[in-house]
Each structure stands twice: as C-alpha cells, then as structure tokens.
Design a binder for this molecule. Structure first.
Ligand code: PLP
Length: 374
C-alpha cells in the first residue's frame, strides 16, 4: 500500500490554507439551476462591459498572439508613467493587482515575520501571509474600517508588512488623506506599507490621496491599482504597483517573466486613455449606489456606507437563506460570512435594471420571510 501523502510534503502554510472563494460564476448557476438571464452582482465587476475601443484593440492584437508578450510591458509602463508623473522604473505590472500584492509579500516576507492587516479587510492579505508561513495579525476594525491607531500599536520588531485597502473590500470603508498621512509618518522605515487602491477611481479627485507622490516621500510605501474595476478589464487580468525603484527591481527578480499577456497589456494601454468610459463607469456607479442606498433606507436595512462599486447590506441572521433565495431568483450576490460579517451580503453595483431586479427580488424575499415568521 502506498504511504504517499502530499499533505506531509506541502509547506505548512499551504496545508491549512482555504482556497480563495470567488463570486459564483454565471455559468455555474446556469448549470446548477437550469435557469438563464442571470444577473451577477458578486465580484465588483464593471457592469458596462468592455469598451468598444478596447474591443477593437483586442481584435488587432490577435494576429500577434503566437509570439510571447513584451516581458517588460514597455508601452503600458510608459503610458502609466506619463499619466501619473512616475518613472517607469517605479512600476511593476501584474496579472491583476492580486499578482503584485502576492509578489510584494513573497519578495519581502518570510516565515519569521508578522504581517498586519485589518479585520474585515480583503482576504488576499491573510491568504498570502499564510501561504508564506508568516504570522498574520488581524487588527480589530473600527466601524467596519481600518483602525490605524490600533494597527500602529500592533507593530512589533517582527512586523515586515502592513496591508491597507482604501477603499476596503468588502466593507467599502474609506480612510481620509489626513488619516493615512499621519499613519505613514509614524510607521518605521523597515516596515513596508502596501496601500491597495483597487477602487481608487470611484473616489472623487478631491478626496483621493496623493499616494503616488507619497511614494517619493516614503520609500517603504507601495501602492497597487487595478484595471479590473472602473476600467472594466477584470477578465483580462491587469494591475500594477508603484514603488521605490529599488523595490520594483527586487519584485522584477521574483516575478514570472510574462505575468501580463499581450491582450491584457494592449487592453490596459487603451483603457488608460479612455476617459469617456471611465467617467461613464463612475457615473453609473454613483447612480446605482444611490438606487441601492434608497432601497435600504426605505426598508430599514442597515448598510455600510461604501466608497467602492458595491454595498454591503446587513440583512440579518437569515443572510445565508436570503443569498440562496436570490440565487433561485437568478441573482448572484456575495456572502461575506468568511469576512466575519455573517449578517451581511455584499452587492456589486450593476446597471440600473440589474439593481432594480435585485431590489424587487429582495422585496419579495423579505415579505415571504416576514410571512413565514408570523
Ligand atoms: C481591495 C482589493 N484589492 C485587490 C483586488 C484584486 O483585484 P484584481 O486582481 O482583479 O486586480 C480586489 C478584487 O476584488 C480587491 O477588492
């Protein structure tokens, strides 16, 4: 009999790892329930779909796909550098920002270190920390958001990295420029601060932190952004990190040589110039957010005020049941019990008619739950 046991061979951190739980794909629900016309409001994607400019650029790129992509992403880095007044040597490209978030941890953190993040913060931070075998320190949230004072107090001699999501997913909570600036000034230089700004484009320019400028001032600060949300390229996988050039140089050594493909590189270049699409994304999001907020207020449902492209609603102890009933109504939202929010559901902002379909389904579900509890 074989005694082969891969579990014993695996790295300790990986043995206890729970895989990332993605939003349920539309095709999966179609297969499971045999229903069509499903509305997915589960993964904070852009409801506008691909812009026509990106679609055309992708078509043009097809002919070159037998060749490897540009491993250094010259054109995309140049465009990013020009748009945000950066040096190309500060930029690390990634297969989505997830890739660079993992890369920065793999480059700097080992099993001896501690990594700080907030309770209810994006799940990838504990996942990468655990995979490395480092000690994760989850700091209790304040009003569902990052408690920066408590995070500062959690720094020890072993702390190597602090993750901060602004706005945060799945809570949508937001830290002001002043709050982050005060925090940065107090973190020791041997602790890297990862500021994850995946939802930055949904924040008004007046309120958006000057994070890329801060990178000049604080060499231990790195900032990640993505093309998956407001730029509408989630399926292509495109993201980047802005850092001190020496940090980018180290990450460049540890990354996969072709971590962005030819299609995602080209799509991101075009998307970056497509201001009309970006503005429309933000406008659709603001209107949809208002639609959902109005519904919550009319029905006395508490929600966490959100600065992202999603709203996390406290539906109560029946959250799991409501999620299931929404699935049967053809609407996929996101349970967030894994984020220590068992009474909430996270709903991505969709097109007006998609939001309306969610609202109508919720009204019915709530009415039925009230009836059955009588
Ligand atoms: C806070 C935050 N950071 C990073 C990501 C990663 O996105 P991507 O890898 O698509 O860039 C997400 C995705 O949902 C997110 O919510």
């Amino acid at each position: 009999m074989t005694t082969f046991d891969p579990m014993q061979l695996a790295n300790v951190g990986v043995r206890n790892l729970q895989p990332y739980q993605a939003g349920k794909p539309i095709e999966e629900l179609e297969r499971e329930l045999g229903i069509r016309d499903i509305i997915k409001l589960a993964s904070n994607e852009n409801p506008l779909g691909l812009s026509s400019k990106v679609r055309a650029a992708l078509q043009d790129t097809l002919a070159g796909l037998a060749r490897y992509p540009d491993a250094n992403g010259f054109y995309l880095k140049s465009k990013l550098a020009k748009k945000f007044a950066l040096d190309t040597a500060q930029i690390t490209l990634g297969n989505g920002s997830n890739d660079v978030l993992e890369l920065i941890a793999r480059t700097f953190v080992n099993a001896e270190h501690e990594v700080i993040y907030s309770q209810h913060a994006f799940v990838v931070y504990p996942l990468v920390t655990q995979a490395i075998g480092a000690k994760g320190v989850a700091v209790p949230a304040r009003d569902y958001g990052h408690d920066l004072d408590a995070m500062l107090a959690a720094i020890t001699a072993k702390t190597r990295m602090i993750f901060i999501a602004n706005p945060n997913n799945p809570t949508g909570t937001f830290l002001t420029t002043e709050a982050i600036a005060a925090f940065l000034a107090k973190v020791p230089e041997n602790v890297l601060i990862v500021l994850d700004e995946a939802y930055s484009e949904y924040v008004s320019e007046a309120e958006r932190a000057p994070s890329f400028r801060w990178v000049q001032q604080y060499p231990n600060l790195v900032v990640s952004r993505t093309f998956s949300k407001a730029y509408g390229l989630a399926g292509l996988r495109a993201g980047y990190m802005v850092s001190h050039p020496a940090i980018a140089d180290l990450m460049n050594r540890a990354r996969q040589p072709f971590n962005m493909n030819s299609l995602s590189l080209r799509a991101a270049e075009v998307a970056l110039d497509d201001d009309d699409y970006l503005q429309q994304s933000v406008a659709v999001n603001e209107a949809g957010m208002q639609q959902l907020v109005n519904f919550c207020e009319q029905h006395g449902l508490p929600y966490i005020p959100s600065r992202g492209n999603f709203l996390t609603i406290e539906v109560g102890e029946n959250a799991g049941e409501i999620y299931q009933q929404l699935l049967h109504a053809g609407i996929i939202v996101r349970p967030v019990a894994g984020y220590e929010l068992p009474r909430h559901l996270r709903v991505s902002i969709g097109l007006p008619e998609e939001n309306e379909a969610f609202i109508q389904a919720m009204k019915e579900i709530i009415a039925n739950l009230c009836k059955s509890s009588r």
